[in-house]
Design a protein around this ligand. Sequence first.
Ligand code: ADP
Ligand code: ZN
Length: 646
Amino acid sequence: MSDEQKETPKPKPKPISPGKGPKVSIWIYLGVLLVLLTIHSLFVMPGASNRISYSEFLGLVRNGHVAEVVIINEINIEGTYTQAALDSGIVKQPEQPQSRFNVEQAAPVNKFTTTMIQGDDIRPILDEAGVKYDARVEENWMGGLFSWLIFLVVIVAFWMFMFRRMNPGQQVLNIGKNKAMLYDKASEGKVTFKDVAGLDEAKEEVQEVVEFLRNPKKFTKLGGSIPKGVLLVGPPGTGKTLMAKATAGEADVPFFSLSGSDFVEMFVGVGAARVRDLFKQAKEKAPCIIFIDEIDAIGRMRGRNAMTGSNDERENTLNQLLSEMDGFGTDKGVILMAATNRPDILDSALLRPGRFDRQILIDKPDLKGRMEILSVHIQKIKTGSDVDLKALASQTPGFAGAELANMCNEAALMAARRNKEQVEMIDFQDAIERVVAGLEKKNKIISADEREIVAYHESGHAIVGWFLEHTDNVTKVSIVPRGFAALGYTLHTPLEDRFLMTKEQLNDRICSLLGGRVAEDIIFGKVSTGAQNDLERITNMAFSMVAVYGMSEELGNVSFYDSQNPDTTFGFNKRYSEDTARKIDETVKRVIQENYARTKELLQEKRELLETMAKTLLEKEVLTTADLEVMLGPRPFARPDHEALA
Ligand code: ADP
Ligand code: ZN
């Protein structure tokens, strides 16, 4: 297969399971239906061609041309002419068969059939004419059987028709086949890391996968195991698919690409069958990469909405995926890559070691990243000398790679429409407007004012985190909008919660979370909704300190959390009095207020730094620890990143 692929000059990505196409098979089914109908008519209406009318029949009987009759089911009459009548030629001969189907069935000329009028009693007439008669009951089982068959065929045809309407291009017989697109090694336009601008950290992490695919033995020889699954996390259009494709390109292996929603079908068991099929195909092509876009379509947490039962099918699919992932050893050389922008809703079973245990953040690009992406996409365009990449990049905050690519394309089209020889700056600027207008409908582009607020908010978080003793190291501050909710973020080193935290650490963490809101308060004298998520976390933390970890003087060393019975801990069935509930509320409030005051004091003291930092952030969009050190000086309570807590 792959040999042929190499010879063809331009192999296009193709669906893995090519069939004869849906149109052909529906015609086959229709043909079968037609044949059955014909056979049916042959059996059910035998000898229809030398049928005579009832009145003719009565006339024949009276004139003595009929020798004998058989009355079938008391309604049909099969008669035989007398020899005399045949010889004399007065008998009406059957018409010659019109269709070739009933050649063999052509009725014998001495016989005829007719149907009597219901309720007519012809025995006296027959007696009178001296015609022999007999009766027969015929069970028309053949006709019945065929009616059933036809009914069945019609149902199946209808079902197929409906099915096809719902899944264009889907073959009914291939329903359990996966729908992955295969990009083979030799596919033209191979994507490599060169085509992926920016994302240097992600590339570095993915490099490991590339090396493994190039030379699996090198790694497995020593007994090491390589990740089976890599999860690319980031908002849409940031180049997750591109990254996966480039990984395959770098490693020079085939690349299966499909979307999580391709597994989800209205039929039970289809998703699981498709997963099985996909892995089978992949193992044949190993080493290779399977890329599942939007994995959240199948990977959502299980066990929610248990009421509806509608996600049983999705769960089956997920279970199948999990068991397939467990089923192949890394030495098989199949690596799964998946993309999502909602890692938080994924089932934890998917993220366990041996499955998607690597998470790589693919974020929206910062100023520098945008410049790099623009320079990749501008290569394909004939640009005028006045095009300034830096200016374009700074005019497009919040644009993802896809939007930048789209913008370049729009600019080229715009210039063509204006009959220009080159794409000029003005075309790019108009294109930006166009793309922004489109984006505004999708997710709001933030205004300059909002950006400023976000810059101060994030600077507040960072400065508080920097100067307090018990907080984690600040590693990154960004005001590149990430999606709907987060307009910016401040990253601390240990992303995971620790196993043990002291009261001081909790308090300091509350302060650094409050830093955003306090900064807004100090600088603008008013607060925004941007702190909602911070406040939610603060409230949870303060509540846990008081009611779960026994960290307040007011309540003392009590924990109202019952791990055996989590439902009955708080809320309606709570195990404490209203009085205690009020006390908890007050204490939570006090904890937060005290920390607020502490934070405000600190930030007022560092106000100048806050202003410098926010301004730098507005300009550079992303600051790392190194930048912070230059700006804020070394951390007063610097600690190693992963300090173990005794
Ligand atoms: P995602 O899978 O994250 O939704 P894609 O990988 O499909 O995004 O990206 C869509 C397009 O955007 C790509 O085909 C590419 O043209 C462009 N693009 C996105 N990120 C980058 C990048 N870092 N460098 C170059 N082009 C990019
Ligand atoms: Zn915040």
